[in-house]
Design a protein around this ligand. Sequence first.
Ligand code: AMP
Ligand code: ZN
Length: 114
Amino acid sequence: MSDCLFCKIAAGEIPSNKLYEDDTLLAFYDIDPQAPVHFLVIPKRHIASAAALGETDAALLGHVFAVIAKLCKDLGVDENGYRVVTNVGQDGGQSVPHLHFHVLAGRSLAWPPG
Ligand code: AMP
Ligand code: ZN
């Protein structure tokens, strides 16, 4: 999608602090971190949000979570734990309309979220 911030980051047109990249996914640190470790995992393909996912995206989602588990292990936050969040739409607090998974770690996270 031509006018999408995260499509531009995925294409390398806008720089990011990259953590991981493969053919289908990109992980990069959030520009406004809400925890000592806060990164985003996005599919390179434009998907507007989790609301646009279907059965045919099962492999992509399995890959997303496998990569998150590996990165959290590499970063040494797997033992204490972490949170994976994807916001959907206005009430969900989604500000960038390209599917992304927040991964937050490094402090005790409150529940319920605000
Ligand atoms: P959400 O509000 O759930 O849509 O999350 C969007 C996230 O993208 C926010 O946490 C922002 O801080 C983050 N963000 C926005 N622009 C950038 C950028 N250029 N590089 C990294 N993270 C960004
Ligand atoms: Zn996009």
